[in-house]
Ligand binder design. Structure first.
Ligand SMILES: [Zn+2]
Length: 229
């Protein structure tokens, strides 16, 4: 398709070159026409011909660059769509900018925000997703990893900072797959569900801290992003 386009451009350029150059050429007229033809084909390329050749060359390079950028964009979109489909998000995902922190069918909510109980110092500051040990934990949005550490009662905890400054805490992980400073994309695996720290069984304890401040109810935050945990 690219070659076809370039060939058309070259033919078009040559046709206009002949049209421009024809009447201006100083080849002596010959009743038979034969001499005039051979005289012209033997000529060295004129400045105009060289300019047209350069123009065609530039167009070809620009087209090649455009095509490879388009191919690359399509490939990136395809990888993103496959990643999100594996998590349970099908159809047109172009405008999807938030997902749940675990695959859609892999969990049940085992404790809500604000509960009081012996497990917590005061009240429960997050939302618990009970899931099998090793279940993938995924980035809820495009983000930067700002901490991966053993955080006492939280166990192995990864903190993602989203583009709007919101901190998302993933606690009790079995293992982490990312490093501080790294950027992660929506739906990318960042670790695995575990039971490290103050935990009685494998689950994700998710906390949401707008601007790094106090924790808010993750259900409200997720609902605000069209997600139903
Ligand atoms: Zn919890």
């Amino acid at each position: 398709m690219l070659l076809g386009r370039v060939a058309t451009a070259v033919i078009g350029a040559c046709a206009s070159l002949l049209f421009v150059a024809g009447p201006a050429s100083a080849v002596p007229s010959d009743p038979t026409g034969g001499t005039a033809k051979s005289a012209r084909s033997a000529k060295a390329p004129s400045a105009l011909e060289a300019a047209v050749a350069r123009h065609v060359d530039h167009r070809e390079q620009a087209l090649t660059a455009m095509m490879s950028a388009a191919d690359e964009h399509a490939a990136v979109e395809q990888v993103r769509a496959q990643r999100l489909a594996a998590l349970g998000y099908h159809g047109d995902v172009t405008d999807l900018d938030h997902v749940l922190p675990v695959p859609a069918d892999s969990y049940r909510i085992s404790a809500g925000f604000g509960l009081a109980g012996a497990m917590w110092a005061s009240t429960h500051t997050g939302l618990d997703f009970a899931a099998s040990s090793g279940t993938p934990l995924v980035a809820v949005a495009d983000a930067t990893v700002t901490e991966v550490a053993d955080a006492g009662p939280y166990g192995l905890r990864t903190i993602l900072t989203l583009e709007d400054g919101t901190e998302v805490w993933y606690a009790h992980q079995l293992l982490s797959l990312v490093e501080p400073g790294q950027t992660v994309e929506l739906g990318e695996s960042i670790g695995m569900v575990g039971s490290t720290g103050n935990s009685t069984g494998p689950h994700l304890h998710l906390e949401i801290h707008p601007d790094g401040g106090d924790a808010i109810d993750p259900v409200e935050w997720l609902t605000g992003h069209d997600l139903a945990p």
